[in-house]
Design a protein around this ligand. Sequence first.
Ligand code: CTP
Ligand code: CA
Length: 233
Amino acid sequence: ERSDAVPRDLVGRRFVVSAGGTREPLDPVRFLGNRSSGKQGYAIARLAAQRGASVTLVAAHTAGLADPAAVEVVHVSTAEQLRVAVNKHAAGADAVVMSAAVADFRPSTVAAAKIKKGEREPDTIALTKNADILAGLVQARRDGALAPSTVIVGFAAETGDDHGSVLEYARAKLARKGCDLLVVNAVGEGRAFEVDDNDGWLLAADGTQTPLEFGSKALMSSRVLDAVAGQLS
Ligand code: CTP
Ligand code: CA
């Protein structure tokens, strides 16, 4: 047996994976976006399919990634579209992996026509909070709309600051979100965004904390799926 053989441990399982960055429109030609490449979520979706799962990838905007083979891909743009698609496909799923970079806010109004430069100084952009999709999934499971056995995975890109370390912020976020696993990427100094490798930790709701050593996103994906597989009943 080859040591790099992919286990077929997810046969019969249904996964929903979100990936990429949402775009929140301001007018017909402009949006608020983020730098997510989608690479981590795509790698997880691809590997879950290789391990035998039936996978729906809810894909927002990426750095031009091609749809992975043997994966159902649902393309979306805004956070609200992503929320609707994830919730639709989460019903009946064994695991939902929220690797998308969802915009926290959207412009409160979307101009029907292109905003003109005009003579005056520009207006400020009023923002409205988007729904928290991950927290909504946890709530839906609590309410019985999702099966109690559904494994819910969140991602967090964190930086440390004067008030706390990456891990302290991540543990607080895991508790706040109520998900089962939180994949933590340490960002800053050019890490995690727009690169092929990243590093961090895998935090579980039971308090366990596994370092994800520096490596490829493919390796990170296999670690994440190993942890999810361990929680599937
Ligand atoms: N997420 C989500 N819906 C949102 C925002 C985030 O589902 N509106 C998900 C992301 O996909 C990710 C997790 O929540 O899996 C953590 O995202 P993050 O931005 O780190 O968390 P926030 O609660 O938005 O906190 P912060 O203030 O640090 O941005
Ligand atoms: Ca956020």
